[in-house]
Design a protein around this ligand. Structure first.
Ligand SMILES: C[C@@]1(CC(=O)O)c2cc3[nH]c(cc4nc(cc5[nH]c(cc(n2)[C@H]1CCC(=O)O)[C@@](C)(CC(=O)O)[C@@H]5CCC(=O)O)C(CC(=O)O)=C4CCC(=O)O)c(CCC(=O)O)c3CC(=O)O
Ligand SMILES: NC(=O)C1=CN([C@@H]2O[C@H](COP(=O)(O)OP(=O)(O)OC[C@H]3O[C@@H](n4cnc5c(N)ncnc54)[C@H](O)[C@@H]3O)[C@@H](O)[C@H]2O)C=CC1
Length: 213
């Protein structure tokens, strides 16, 4: 297999279809909802959590087995049934329409994999093992979660605003580069690692680009 190409996709308002309503489907539905997708689930049965989301109108639910052509209109498709025949049918339908497909039990037929993710505000750290060991992806995610705590999200939001102002107001490229470097200076990253957010704010605040934050 060639190397996988990592991308972060905007799913806001896009129709994403999940076939199957079990444990794995539930995990994928929740991550799609986090991304603001419009989610439709087709399955004879749902987990309690998925049923609650359907009852609340958060997801669309069509009770029943997958039927040929059900993928029509979807932006991407996740096939998460425990029925290999249904998964093959979904894969064929997606191939024909060139729809992006994640088939949870069939890496060969996937056109995309879902990585394990640490999220800290706008910071995303994604881990993929190219399907070789999803459990290792999970373990590394857990390790990264301990290493990169919620402060990283706060810090990113803070420097994101300042970076935007620097880009808008500083025209000299050398000066601009120095300022952007200063926002991610080693001392700041050390302070973050030590959980000393007051020090982080102090250091970031001392980056003087001649404008308010
Ligand atoms: C190819 C891929 C397709 C896809 O995108 O789904 C795929 C395929 C398969 N997973 C299987 C098993 C498990 N998957 C997990 C967990 C996760 N699986 C995820 C992704 C992926 N799984 C894609 C590759 C990602 C990559 O490595 O690059 C994660 C990262 C993301 C997510 O699913 O949201 C999420 C962790 C999220 C987190 O914790 O952060 C666990 C552990 C657990 O349940 O906690 C187990 C049991 C232990 C084990 O088997 O390792 C099986 C065998 C099923 C069987 O035995 O029948 C297959 C099929 C096969 O390999 O043939
Ligand atoms: N990619 C991943 O991360 C993982 C994948 N798996 C694989 O994912 C598959 C699903 O696992 P679970 O969610 O634990 O199974 P599950 O048994 O909890 O759920 C299967 C769901 O598929 C539905 N279903 C069955 N036939 C269908 C059809 N024809 N059309 C639509 N829906 C149908 C069932 O009603 C049920 O809701 C298994 O094949 C398993 O091997 C398992 C663990 C992790």
């Amino acid at each position: 297999m060639s190397a996988l190409y990592p991308v972060l996709v905007k799913l806001e308002g896009e129709l994403c279809l999940v076939i199957g309503g079990g444990r794995v489907a539930e995990r994928k539905v929740k991550s799609l909802l986090e991304a603001g997708a419009r989610v439709r689930v087709i399955s004879p049965r749902l987990t309690a959590d998925l049923q609650a989301l359907a009852d609340a109108g958060v997801i669309e639910y069509r009770r029943g087995r997958y039927r040929p052509g059900d993928v029509e209109g979807a932006f991407l498709v996740i096939s998460a049934t425990n029925d290999p025949a249904a998964n093959r049918m979904v894969a064929a339908d997606c191939r024909e329409r060139r729809l992006l497909l994640n088939a949870v039990d069939d890496p060969e037929n996937c056109t995309f994999f879902v990585p394990a993710c640490v999220r800290r505000g706008d910071l995303t750290i994604a881990v993929s093992t190219g399907g070789q060991s999803p459990l290792l992806a999970r373990r590394l995610r857990e390790k990264l979660e301990r290493e990169y705590g919620p402060l990283y999200g706060d810090y990113l939001a803070l420097i994101g605003r300042i970076r935007h102002n620097i880009i808008r107001s500083v025209s000299d490229p050398v000066r601009k580069e120095q300022l952007l470097e200063a926002l991610c200076a080693p001392e700041i990253l050390d302070a973050l690692e030590n959980g000393d957010y007051d020090r982080v704010k102090e250091l970031v605040g001392s980056v003087d680009y001649g404008g308010g934050s």
